[in-house]
Design a protein around this ligand. Structure first.
Ligand SMILES: *[C@@H]1O[C@H](CO)[C@@H](O)[C@H](O)[C@H]1NC(C)=O
Length: 140
């Protein structure tokens, strides 16, 4: 019983630390070479956790079936530190960081997916935590 409680507590911590992609919205259309902001949010930020980094990529999916971001991020658009902050101008936004990235100029038209890999260290155990999220977009 005690073991289960510990396991559940661990699961809660993992869920609570998950990121969300606040921008771009699903289905956003881009032209090759355009720059855009990818907003990475941590809605339930745990102050005991240590944020480390994110990697952001874009993958072209001609058949409409995008590969999982845990398998490939495609073309790397950014990799580096993740330091979520609250916005003073928009206090209702969760802690987040905005990354300005450039859609590759050589990307073909059609469905694509922007993927984010997120690495953090959880709570007092300093447990390594890696997750991936993605959002479907369209190259026109
Ligand atoms: C991030 O971008 C959003 C949308 O453009 C904006 O509302 C927010 O203030 C920005 N956050 C920071 C910390 O600049």
């Amino acid at each position: 019983m005690k073991v289960l409680a510990v396991l559940l507590a661990g699961l809660t911590a993992v869920t609570a630390q998950s990121i969300e992609i606040g921008a771009p919205a699903p289905g956003t259309q881009f032209t090759p070479g355009q720059s855009t902001v990818v907003m990475v949010e941590t809605p339930d930020f745990l102050s005991s956790s240590v944020e480390v980094s994110v990697a952001i990529g874009i993958v072209f999916c001609p058949s409409g079936n995008c590969p999982s971001p845990s398998g490939t991020l495609g073309t790397l658009l950014f990799s580096g530190t993740y330091r979520p902050q609250r916005s003073e101008s928009d206090p209702f936004l969760p802690p987040h960081e905005n990354y300005t990235v450039t859609i590759p100029a050589n990307l073909a038209q059609g469905p694509a997916s922007i993927g984010v890999a997120h690495f953090a260290l959880l709570a007092d155990e300093v447990q390594p935590f890696l997750e991936t999220k993605s959002v479907p977009v369209v190259i026109q």
